[in-house]
Each structure stands twice: as structure tokens, then as C-alpha cells.
Design a protein around this ligand. Structure first.
Ligand code: G3H
Ligand code: 13P
Ligand code: ZN
Length: 305
């Protein structure tokens, strides 16, 4: 059933588990994620970036996700990192049940103004809104305390922002970064900062850039020709701590991409006589489902559908 993200996230924060939010761009990712959700009985947020909209077309994405949401699993259809107000409006009109307005790169007042506008549009249609305050940056790129404070989310500012905008969930910056190369040295998050944010902001908190970059899948891809070098992600232990502190939505894209790429490479290498793409896509789909299931266990969303 199609539900708003808020419907899923409020109980998650209260009971200290998190809903996985997976990025999808095509049918393979969507079906593999839904196979995991059904097997694990987990609610799920299926999200598409503006890049996904450009790649697949919003009409195709909406039609596919509507089908995915037509069963018993609670599914939120979410626009990830909405920056373009035209795309956000289109998503609201097209049947998304949740949108993100990401104006985090703008000065505070402009972020508030743009977010408020989206909240007005979305709430008129009973759609929930995720907003962001702070800039995603790997902690080790921020060498001085001043630099850290300038980039990572300030707890007091997060509280003011949440009140001023009326958003339903809040993405914060505590040291994660998007993509496969998150940390130069040791991986760690600013959990004390998250604790201070969560003590003030009672909304469900969202963690972007949360992929773990599984070593076994990285190696599988590399055995079949990939070059992933020093790719490094967030530790499972840090994800658990973050969820205990109030993170209720965890965004995963990179881990799905690595699983899928590893599977594709292995299949193409190992099945030289096969030209049927459906056969070549079996292995990547299986690995993707396996990764999605593992996240549902880690986040505690398994069994909550
Ligand atoms: O946060 C970004 C997501 O990984 C989406 O990436 O813009 O390449 O679709 P994308
Ligand atoms: P990863 O790149 O760590 O998977 O983060 C994805 C994300 O935050 C999507 O919004
Ligand atoms: Zn993100």
C-alpha cells in the first residue's frame, strides 16, 4: 500500500528502528528491493533522484512504483534531493507520497523560504516533506573545529529550522558523504552531535550517505575488473548507534550500485555464451536483494510491515 514517509518514520523514531530508503532508477532495482521487502516483511521507501527522473522519466517511475506499492507492503514513493521546484511540483502532482526539498546549499534564510514553499504545496496534498540542514562532507575533510561547525549540522539551528519550516523529517550532516569514497582514513560519524540534535529536534532524523561499501562485494567486483581502490563506507556499528539516537530513515544507493555492478561483472565474465540480458541480470538482481535484506535486518525494519 502506498503511504507517506511520515506514516513510516514517526513510529520508527519512537521505537528506535529505521526505514531503509533505496534509490531506484529502473525496474531491476525496484523489483529486487521489493523482493527483499516482501521476504523480510519490511516497510520501505523507494526514492528517485532528479537524475533518476532524467534517466527513466517520471511517468515510468511513478507507474512502476505504483505497482510495487499495490501489495501489502507499506511503500512510500519519495523524491530524493529535490532541488528544482518544477520537478518537485511535478512529483507532487504525479502521485509521489513524499518529497525532499534539498536547499541545504543555500544560505539559511533561503533554505527556510524554499522549504516552506514546498511544505505548503505538499501538505495541501497530504504529502510529507523531508528537508536538509547542514552540508554532507566526510568528517576527515573537515580538519578544523571551525570548518566542522560550518559544514555539519548545528543542533540549535536545526531546531529553529524545523520550527520555521514545518517539515516532517530532517536530514542532517554528521560526517557521512555520498558515494563510495566517504572517508580518507578511519570511518566514523559525529554521534555526539547527532545526540545533541536529537535531544532538541523530535522529528524523524534522516541519514544520507549511509552506505557501508561491503568489502566482499567490492572484492567480487574487483576480481572481475572493477577498480574501486580506497572505497570506504559507514560502519554497521555507527549505523546502529545513529538509529538508537533518533535516525529513522537511512538512505542507501551506493551499496545497491556496488552489488549490482559486481553481479553484472561476474555474470558477463562467467557466462560468455549468454546473450539473453534476463539471464545476465539474474546474479545482479540476487545480490541486490541480498544487500537490501541485510539493511532491513541492520535497521530493525524487518518484521514491521
Ligand atoms: O544522493 C544521491 C543519490 O545517490 C542519487 O544519485 O543523482 O546519481 O541519481 P544520482
Ligand atoms: P550513499 O551514496 O551512501 O548510498 O547515499 C545515498 C543517499 O544519500 C541518497 O540520497
Ligand atoms: Zn542523499
Amino acid at each position: 500500500m502506498l503511504v507517506t514517509a511520515k506514516t513510516l518514520l514517526v513510529p520508527a523514531r519512537k521505537k528506535k528502528y529505521a526505514i531503509p530508503a533505496f534509490n531506484v532508477n529502473n525496474l531491476e532495482f525496484l523489483k529486487s528491493v521489493m523482493a527483499a521487502a516482501e521476504a523480510m516483511k519490511s516497510p520501505v521507501i523507494v526514492q528517485t533522484s532528479e537524475g533518476a527522473v532524467e534517466y527513466a522519466g517520471m511517468d515510468y517511475l511513478v507507474a512502476m512504483i505504483r505497482v510495487a506499492a499495490s501489495g501489502n507492503i507499506p511503500v512510500a514513493m519519495h523524491l530524493d534531493h529535490g532541488k528544482n521546484l518544477g520537478i518537485i511540483r511535478q512529483a507532487i502532482r504525479s502521485g509521489y507520497s513524499s518529497v525532499m526539498i534539498d536547499a541545504s546549499a543555500l544560505p539559511y534564510r533561503e533554505n527556510v523560504a524554499k522549504t516552506k514553499k514546498v511544505v505548503r504545496w505538499a501538505h495541501a496534498k497530504r504529502i510529507s516533506v523531508e528537508a536538509e540542514i547542514g552540508a554532507l562532507a566526510g568528517i576527515e575533510d573537515l580538519v578544523s573545529v571551525q570548518e566542522r561547525d560550518a559544514k555539519l549540522t548545528d543542533p540549535e539551528e536545526a531546531l529553529r529550522f524545523a520550527h520555521a519550516t514545518g517539515c516532517d523529517s530532517l536530514a542532517v550532516a554528521i560526517g557521512t558523504a555520498h558515494g563510495a569514497f566517504k572517508f580518507k582514513g578511519m570511518t566514523h560519524l559525529d554521534i555526539p552531535r547527532l545526540q545533541r540534535i536529537a535531544a532538541l529536534v523530535k522529528l524523524p532524523i534522516v541519514l544520507h550517505g549511509a552506505s557501508g561499501v561491503r568489502e566482499d562485494l567490492k572484492q567480487l567486483a574487483e576480481r572481475h575488473g572493477a577498480k574501486l581502490g580506497k572505497a570506504r563506507g559507514v560502519l554497521d556499528g555507527d549505523i546502529r548507534k545513529a538509529i538508537r539516537q533518533g535516525v529513522a530513515k537511512v538512505n542507501i544507493d551506493t551499496d545497491l550500485r556496488i552489488a549490482f555492478t559486481a553481479g553484472i561483472r561476474e555474470a558477463v565474465d562467467g557466462l560468455p555464451t549468454i546473450i539473453d540480458p534476463r539471464k545476465l541480470l539474474e546474479r545482479p538482481n540476487t545480490l541486490l536483494t541480498e544487500v537490501a535484506k541485510q539493511k532491513m535486518k541492520l535497521f530493525g525494519s524487518a518484521g514491521r510491515a
